[in-house]
Structures are given as C-alpha cells and as structure tokens.
Design a protein. Structure first.
Lengths: 424, 420
C-alpha cells in the first residue's frame, strides 16, 4: 500500500471523446459503458485499487453527471476510509488563474492546492480513457529504483498508428532522449500511455514554469517535451493489453476482445470492479434463456431475457432479445429491447432503445461511409443513440447514425440508407 | 401511517434439508440463482415501507449475518430505518438459546419496546413469496383485530402439512388446527402475522410462564382462538412456497423455469450484491461451444459446455462437453470436461471431475431419508469434490467436503448416502 503522502493519484476524467460521437455526447468518455457491465473508467479505478493506492483526485469537466453518479464516494473500489478517498475536482472560479481546464496539465495546475494538502512524495497522473490492466506499484518502484524525475509508461503500437500518439525514443537503459506528440513520420513506435509518475516537486516546478507562464497546457505536448535534457526522464515499458478506445471502431474492437480471453483482455481474471446500478427498485434478476435461445461467443449481463440468437456480441444488463431475433457482432446496452424477428448486425445500440418486431439494423455489404461523419463511421458499424425507437419492419443500413431520443415512428421512415444520419 | 416494526424468524435449520443446511440456516439458502431465501421477505418488508426489521437468528448464522450486512441492500440504513440481527444472548437470568419462535420473540421484548410500535409484523424468513403487506395491515386496522394471519387456499390433500383455519363470513378465524391429519379447513397459514403490540407482548409473557413448546403456531394462536381473542384471516392467492424438503426445494427452484413461473421482475427482489457474498458483476461469458436454453444464469459464468433447463448461480465454470441438465448449480461450482450433471443440486463450490456422471439410473427414494428425497434428485453438499469418472445414481446424498478417498466405490448406486 502507498499512502497519499507517498504517492497521490491525479486521474484525468474530463475527456470529451468527440470521435465516439453520440456515445459520448451526453457523457464523458470515461463514463461510456464497456464490456457488458462496466464503464471505461472502471479499468483505471480498479488498477488503482489493485495497486494499493489510497487517494485519488478525479478531474472532471465534460458532462460529469454520469461519471459522478458512477464513482460516488469511491466505495466500489475500496477508496473509502480514514486514509482513502476519491475527491472530485471540477473546474472552479474564484482564483486568479481559475478557468475551464485548458488541457491535461492545466487541470492538474489548477488543483495544486489539493495536492499541497497531502504534500505527496510522488504524483501518479492517469487518464480514465483507457482499457488495460496494469500494476502501477511496479512502475512507481521502477521510478524510485532509477531515481527518475519523471517516468512515462509506454508500449509499442503499429507504425501506421503512431500519428495518434505521443511517441518517445528511449535508450537501452530506459532513458528518454526524444518525445514527439502526434506527428507524422514518428521516430519511434513507442507510444505514451498517458500514465506518468512525477516527483512532486518536479511536477510543481514544471507546471508553474509552463502552465503558470501560459506557455502550454498539456502533458504530452508541452510538459514532457519541455523537460527533455533537463530532467531525468525514464521510459517504463508495458507489454500487456492496452487500448485507447477513442474511436467507434476501436471501441467496438475492444468490446469484442472481451469475448476472447486470448486477446489479452480477460475480464475473468482482471478483477474489474464497478458500481452497481441502483436506479431500479429491485436488483436485476438473473438472465433468463428461453427454450430456443442460442448464445455463443458472447458476454451477457444480469437481467437479460433471451429468446432468440446472440452471437459474438456484448449484452449489457436488462437487454431483451425476442423470438427469432438475431444479434451478431454487436454491442447492446442496458434495457434495450430487440423485438421478435429483428436482425442486428455489427451495430452499437445505446441504452433503453426499442426495436420493433422485424426491424433490421446494420446488415448488408455496403461500404458507404457516413456522409456527415465520414471519419467517425467508415468501417460499417451503425450506432443507435440512447432511447431511440425504431418501429417494426424498418431497415437501418450500415455506417448509420441515429441520434439519442429520436423516435422513427414519427418520421414514418421505412429505410435509413447506408451512411445516413438521423438527428431529430 | 401507524408505527410498525417487523420481526423475521430466520434462525431455524429445517432438518429435512440435510446437507443443504449443514452449515447455514434455511433462510440463508440460495434460491433462483442469485438470491437467498430471506431476500424475499426482506424485499417485501422494504416495499411495504416497514422501516425497522429485527432478524432472529440462531442456527449457524455466519452466512446470514454476512449476507444481511448493515441492511443497506434493502435500504435499511438511515436515521429512522434499521435492520438488526437479534441473536441469542446471555443475560442476568432470563436469557438462553431460543427454545421456539415465541421464546425468541419473548427474549427480544426490549427490542420491540425500544421502538414502541402499534403493530408488529411477524414473518418467517424461510419462505419464497412476494406479498404486499399493506392491504393486510389495512384490514387488520379495519377489523379491529388483535391478530391477523395470512392464509392461502391449498389442495385438500396437502392441508395436513400446514396450520389450517376455517374463517367465518366476517373473516374471523373460527377454528385453527396445527398440522392436523384431517383438517377441517383448506386455508394454510403462511406464517405471516400482524399483531397489535400490546396483545403480542402480553401473549409472549403468558407463553413464557406457561408454555411447553414455546411456538407461536402451536401455542399462542390456538390459545387466542380458544379465548375468543379477535383473530382474523387475510387471504393471499399469489405464489408462496415453503420448500421444506429437498424435493420441494428442488421443485421451487424449477418453478422459475416453468409454464406458470412467477414474474420475477415484478417481484422486485433485492439481495446483497457485494462481491464475495452473492454476486459479482462480470457478465456471463458464453464461449463459441456454449449451448444454453430454458435456464436461469448469473454473472461470472464461464460456459463452454451445455446447460439445459437449469438454474446456475454466479461464478460457475462449465467446461467443454460438460452437460448440466435439470439441475440447480450454486456459486463457484466447477463442472469439468465431459462431466454430466442430470437432475442434481450442487451446493456451493462443488467440483465435478472430468467425465463424472451424476444422476444415472432409475429414480428410487433415498434409502435413509425417503421423506425428504424421493423424486430422483441427487444432492451434493458444499465443497465436495466428485472424482473424475465416478458414476453417481439418483436420489443420492453426498456430504459436504467429501474428497476422492471418501468415495468407496467407482459407482454410487441410486438412493445411497456418501458420508465421512
């Protein structure tokens, strides 16, 4: 165990997640549901718990309601007690430099007073956006053993994706000699995971010098590159499963990875904790499988009622799948009803949607990109927002986007063409 | 609303349940995958808005106490709400093990006193039902009763199993017979009583002085009727099960998969979902080879094999080519490759070795316990390991924690009991 005095955690959870489009339009990216029972931030919070860290400052900004409801007092992750806790740190007014958080480093800078309360020896800066299992204790121990000023966790990524990450060049002993933030033609494929250990005094000095002087607001862009050559920067290599689920495609893929423990994402052994969903007057009952149900290669949450066929899919609690319906290669969130004879393929259906009997979503072979958001929806996945009603018999094509709350009954549409977006 | 508290009788073992209640009271026995039987009565209390519940525990209460925790799962945390476990205690002179239901209440008169309620609901924690107590409380007030008892009409041929009553036109109990051979009435008592507090206190004190069996049903109620106290009946016609034998416990479990299954979501049952007690939130993983139908499954299942018409609690692993059919599988069981479990109850953490077979041959009554086990269900106690390849017949009983060397032969015939 490490007390807050030893290592304090600052968890950045304000992310906008714009490339997740409507999945993150009404909730912060860390609060996006994942893996049939969890939210993305559960992975980081569980890592914190398993690493024996005791106090977390949770930096929120973008639509924090779902997130705060979820994290509550930190009890689900054992972060509650005399010496343990989660403190929500929202943007605040009333101080000279106070403002909306302009970047990751700015968020920490604006909460120097919170850190000061603990006078920690080290600060672990984390992001609540990633799916991974990591023992931070080992990283902190490495940081101490090498007497580093700053340690950055890194893992190799495919060369064609390096432009999405901050990458670093490290020597054999781990010393970082160069750092590039999201550039074309990167010098290395060793990507920063957004996991940093700072000596507290170094962190405070750097934040004051950079953010305080309004020269920059971001760890990856400003703070880390600015310390090159001046501070002792250590690269901590990580080789396990780690995904930034920032796009619809990567979000879908990582969910599908849960279905196959060989992917490296093994929910059965990762011991991820989450906060139970207390919005109902009762606890959700066990899942009921009907007499002709078929469920293969899938994750199924509590309280589902399955009468049809489910394959290669992730079903969150309370999903109903009617007789003769087929759900394949899809993610279906809480309390969505898939009517009799429906066909749902390669889609993400958010919470509390109603798909009438015989509705068909995401079938076909079209490769038409979404016309409105071609960079968000180009791999065939269709996304249906929270609370959407799709009446019986309607066909929704591929790469389609239906905004939260849309009721297609009123639209009298029979077909939503491939690549269409329905906003109202 | 008048001030009401409730006392839940949850301390009994129920000997007929044999290995299933070897280490827990009946109220803590799992039901329908993720619940324990006491969840039903506690959820009923919660939904009726009764704010104080005392749970009387006595027999091996560890799992019950852990499960109840601080009452939070049923919302019994707050300034005016409380769930208290009332265990036997030592006092200056008047305390002892609970000798019966009436004695258990008598020893906790100070608990009732502390809250000074107008009415006390006394209910068993051993029964499976969803009941709204509010209409019953309303009737109790409207009739000016001293005691109101909930009844349900049962088939004549089963009436001898229960306390039965005959009501007059006004709903007042005329006669009451406890497990009579040929009872006059077919209204069975559901062990749900509403007492006026004054009446209850007085009757408990009287029973403490003069009682023999110290039971509410066999002494207090008959005496009240004899003395023409105002005892009324309230009729309930929903699902209610008592599950007092192994066969009945199995049948009650299977009811949830039947044609007239209770509407579980409508029951709004709550349970303690904390990891380590009754649930873990990791969703069930169905592998590519999984086959599952007509079953109730819970979280933290890993299914590689086949499940048909069964109830599977959280944390179960069913390996490749293993088949679970018509069975009740409790928490943490592991059914290894190619094993077959047919019509069995496996208590928690049972391991069935590779290729073992449970439920072979013809259903004969259990040789030692035919009164509780005669329908062919094989029951395996908590933590037992069934050796690979072993064949076990029907209506067998395997004691908890058995290991390979405890099984004398390569085949256990139907009706046998395997004990240390």
């Amino acid at each position: 165990m490490r007390s807050a005095r030893d290592a304090l955690v600052m968890l950045l959870a304000g992310g906008v997640g714009s490339r997740l489009n409507i999945l993150a339009s009404e909730r912060a990216k860390p609060a996006v549901p994942f893996g049939g029972a969890f939210r993305i931030i559960d992975f980081t919070l569980s890592n914190i718990m398993h690493s024996g860290l005791e106090v977390v400052g949770l930096l929120t900004q973008y639509r924090p309601l779902s997130l705060m409801d979820h994290v509550r007092n930190g009890e689900p992750w054992d972060l509650m007690g005399r010496a343990r806790g989660v403190r929500i740190l929202p943007p605040q007014t009333g101080k000279e430099d106070a403002d909306w958080y302009k970047g990751t480093a700015d968020a920490i800078y604006q909460n120097l007073a919170f850190m000061q309360d603990y006078e920690p020896d080290k600060v672990l800066v984390l992001s609540g956006d990633h799916i991974y299992r990591m023992d931070y204790e080992q990283m902190i121990a490495a940081h101490e053993a090498r007497r580093a000023d700053v340690t950055v966790a890194a893992m190799p990524v495919p060369w064609d994706e390096t432009h999405r990450f901050g990458v670093m060049v490290a020597e054999d002993d781990g010393s970082i000699t160069d750092f590039q933030e999201k550039v074309k033609n990167a010098k290395s494929n060793l990507a920063s995971m957004g996991v940093y250990v700072f000596n507290y005094t170094v962190l405070v000095e750097e934040l004051r010098a950079v953010v305080g002087a309004r020269k920059g607001y971001d760890f990856g862009k400003d703070i880390i590159p600015g310390t090159l050559g001046r501070r002792k920067l250590l690269c901590y290599p990580f080789t396990g499963y780690w995904r930034d689920v920032g796009t619809i495609k990567s979000y879908h893929e990582a969910n599908m990875d849960c279905l196959n423990p060989n992917s490296g994402l093994d929910l059965q052994t990762w011991e991820i904790r989450t906060a139970p969903d207390f919005q109902h007057p009762a606890d959700r009952p066990p899942t009921l499988l009907g007499s002709v149900a078929s469920v293969t290669s899938s994750l199924v949450g509590r309280g589902c009622v399955i009468q049809g066929e489910v394959a290669q899919s992730v079903l969150f609690p309370g999903v109903r799948v009617g007789r003769g319906a087929l759900v394949r290669d899809s993610i279906v969130m809480q309390d969505t009803a898939v009517g009799d004879g429906c066909q749902v393929e390669y889609s993400i259906i958010d919470k509390r949607c109603e798909l009438g009997a015989g509705a068909v979503i995401g079938t076909g072979t079209s490769t038409t990109k979404n016309r409105k958001f071609p960079s968000h929806l180009d791999c065939g996945i269709s996304v249906v927002g929270k609370g959407v009603v799709i009446p019986g018999g309607v066909r929704v094509g591929k790469n389609c986007l239906i905004y939260p709350g849309v009721n297609l009954t009123r639209r009298r549409l029979q077909i939503v063409e491939d690549g269409e977006t329905i906003m109202t | 609303m008048k001030k009401i508290i409730s006392l839940v009788l949850a301390g009994g073992r129920v000997d007929e349940l044999l290995v299933l209640t070897a280490k827990r009271p009946k109220s803590a026995l799992p039901m329908w995958g993720m619940y324990r039987i006491i969840d039903f009565v506690l959820s009923n209390m919660m939904h009726a808005g009764i704010e104080v519940v005392g749970v009387l525990s006595q027999y091996r209460p560890y799992s019950l106490v852990t499960h109840l925790a601080n009452g939070e799962p049923w919302d019994y945390v707050g300034r005016s709400r409380a769930l208290r476990i009332l265990s036997p205690f030592k006092g200056a002179e008047d305390s002892d093990w609970y000798k019966g239901t009436a004695d258990a209440l008598y020893q906790n008169l100070n608990f009732i006193d502390r809250y000074a309620p107008e009415m006390v609901v006394v209910a068993s924690g051993d029964h499976v039902y969803a009941m709204d107590y509010r209409p019953m409380l309303k009737q109790h007030l409207a009739t000016g009763a001293d005691l109101t008892i909930a009844f349900k009409r049962v088939p004549r041929e089963q009436a001898h199993l229960y306390g039965t009553a005959v009501l007059d036109e006004s709903g007042r109990v005329g006669t009451y017979q406890e497990k009579a051979k040929n009872p006059e009435g077919d209204l069975a008592s559901l062990t749900v009583y509403v007492f006026n507090t004054g009446c209850l206190m007085e009757r408990l004190k009287q029973n403490a002085r003069e009682g023999k069996s110290f039971q509410i049903y066999s002494e207090i109620i008959p005496r009240m009727i004899e003395e023409k106290a105002r005892v009324f009946g309230w009729l309930f016609d929903g699902y209610w099960q008592y599950a007092r034998t192994l066969d009945a416990y199995y049948a009650t479990n299977m009811d949830i998969l039947g044609k007239d299954a209770p509407d579980l979501p409508a029951w709004q049952v709550r349970t303690n979902l904390n990891p380590g007690t009754m649930g873990d939130p990791t969703p069930a993983l169905f592998c590519p080879t999984a086959k599952a139908s007509s079953s109730l499954v819970c979280c933290d299942l890993v299914l590689e094999g086949t499940v048909e018409h069964s109830i599977v609690s959280p944390g179960v692993l069913i390996e490749r080519r293993a088949v679970v059919r018509d069975s009740v599988i409790m928490h943490g069981c592991r059914i290894e490759e190619g094993a077959i479990v047919d019509r069995a109850i496996l208590d928690k953490n049972v391991r069935v070795g590779k290729g073992a077979r449970l439920g072979c041959g013809d259903p004969v009554p259990n040789r030692l316990h035919p009164h509780t086990l005669s329908t062919g269900v094989t029951v395996v106690g908590k933590g037992a390991w069934i050796p690979a390849g072993l064949r076990i017949g029907r209506s067998c009983i395997v004691y908890p924690d058995m290991r390979e060397s405890d099984f004398p032969q390569a085949e256990i015939p139907s009706g046998a009991v395997v004990s240390p």
